[in-house]
Design a protein around this ligand. Structure first.
Ligand SMILES: CC(C)(COP(=O)(O)OP(=O)(O)OC[C@H]1O[C@@H](n2cnc3c(N)ncnc32)[C@H](O)[C@@H]1OP(=O)(O)O)[C@@H](O)C(=O)NCCC(=O)NCCS
Length: 393
């Protein structure tokens, strides 16, 4: 068995048949293959790894070059995607080997964190990943926001094609990655593909600054306005976008929009009827998963006061004894020598850093042992803070 890094151009003859068989309706047509080949220019910077035997590609994995904010620091992130094995070669350990090689390589190239959307979370838990929230979808009638039609807000919303609005859309996402915990964006090569997406984009501006964007489609007259993630810098940006939705009264029956898990749409208005749904199911609708790949890179993250020595076990990337301390709101990470007050898996530690589980939940989920004294310290240093990944891959 050979394991080999391949270029974007080689993906069409090697990874395309595996991916298309695994994730798309099949058999595929020559037109599907040609469409894939054309898209490969947006994967020039993607890291691709395959397993092949006798000239036949049996499995492949890829890492998209992305950036993610984790507790205030923006890290290079490996966005794991295109994980697939030929049906005849499954359960032979090929993806296990490819994933190990991919994570090792991406860490060497400077990725401090990694994220993915699993087909089954327990599969990726073996590689140190832990779940973070999936987006919610709010669905409501535009009448519910009619109070906003009378509001004189200091700003305006422009409706553009994605092609026209791409710069504003991209600018806002790149601003949010510097501000929002968990938020992730692609590099410029990959994100350029979205410029040609067949969406409208509503761009909210105030004082010349972009303060909100949302991509959307209208499915039919009297039907649905289907929005992607509602992205904004603050309450004004959100209000401008909601006011724009309100203007679709009598045109569409419903508006739906994707939201982060900590969004509370029932507070958007009085007598406001809204359904907020979050569906999680294997293999198509899973919540994303994340992990830390580099401990030293976490120095400088936001953290509450405290000091603790902990051991991370069974992990090639972040295993070992570490001393973590924070006095002025900033985390310091170094090698530890004291007796560890907690023994965690990579997933357990990642859960604390990403703010999704507290130390007691890390224990109850089987992701580590935490001494009673370390529980309040770790809770204070890594307070709950829901990450919002945003990027879909
Ligand atoms: C999922 C898939 C990529 C696994 O590839 P594979 O090469 O068969 O995986 P491996 O043989 O390396 O298995 C690695 C480990 O996961 C386990 N595993 C494999 N498939 C699994 C499954 N469907 N559910 C749970 N565990 C599974 C293996 O038993 C092995 O466990 P071990 O390390 O304890 O021995 C492959 O079945 C596939 O292509 N499926 C369709 C596409 C897909 O779902 N891709 C994932 C997208 S996120």
């Amino acid at each position: 068995m050979d394991f080999r890094q391949i270029s974007a151009a080689e993906r069409t003859t090697t990874m395309f048949p595996l991916q298309t068989y695994a994730f798309m309706p099949s058999p595929w047509t020559p037109a599907d293959e040609e469409a894939y080949r054309k898209r490969m220019r947006f994967h020039e910077t993607t890291f691709n790894l395959i397993a092949e035997e006798g000239g036949q590609t049996l499995a492949g994995v890829a890492a998209l070059r992305m950036q993610q904010n984790v507790r205030g620091l923006v890290h290079d992130m490996a966005g794991v995607a295109s994980v697939s094995t030929h049906p005849a070669a499954r359960r032979r350990g090929l993806v296990r080997e490819l994933m190990q090689r991919l994570l090792r390589q991406m860490r060497e190239e400077g990725c401090a964190v990694s994220a993915l959307y699993p087909f089954r979370p327990s599969f990726y838990a073996k590689f140190g990943f832990v779940g973070i929230p999936r987006h919610r979808t709010a669905t409501f009638a535009p009448e519910g926001l009619s109070h906003l039609l009378r509001a004189d807000l200091p700003g305006e919303v422009e409706r553009l094609s994605m092609n026209e609005g791409f710069e504003a859309y991209d600018e806002l996402t790149r601003h949010l990655v510097t501000r929002r915990h968990g938020f992730a964006v692609y590099d410029e090569v990959r994100s350029a593909e979205f410029r040609d997406d067949n969406y409208w984009v509503a761009v909210a501006r105030s004082g010349g600054e972009v303060v909100g964007v949302v991509r959307y489609r209208v499915d039919q007259h009297g039907g649905d306005l289907v929005g992607s993630d509602l992205l904004y810098t603050g309450a004004l940006g959100r209000a401008l976008l909601l006011q724009f939705f309100a203007r679709h009264v009598d045109q569409v029956a419903r508006v739906s929009v994707r939201l982060s898990a900590d969004e509370v749409p029932e507070l958007w208005g009085l007598d406001f009827g809204v359904t907020v749904a979050g569906k999680v199911a294997n293999p198509t609708d899973n919540a994303p998963m994340v992990r830390v790949l580099d401990m030293a890179a976490l120095s400088g993250s936001q953290a509450g006061p405290g000091e603790v020595t902990l051991e991370i076990v069974d992990d090639e990337h972040i295993g070992g004894v570490w001393r973590l301390s924070a006095t002025d709101g900033t985390l310091e990470v170094g090698k530890g020598s004291a007796t560890p007050a907690a023994t965690l898996t990579a997933a357990g530690f990642s859960a604390l850093v990403y703010g999704v589980l507290d130390p007691v939940e890390v224990f109850t989920r089987g992701l580590g042992e935490v001494s009673p004294e370390a529980i309040p310290t770790l809770s204070a240093m890594f307070p709950r803070e829901m990450p919002y990944l945003f990027a879909d891959f």
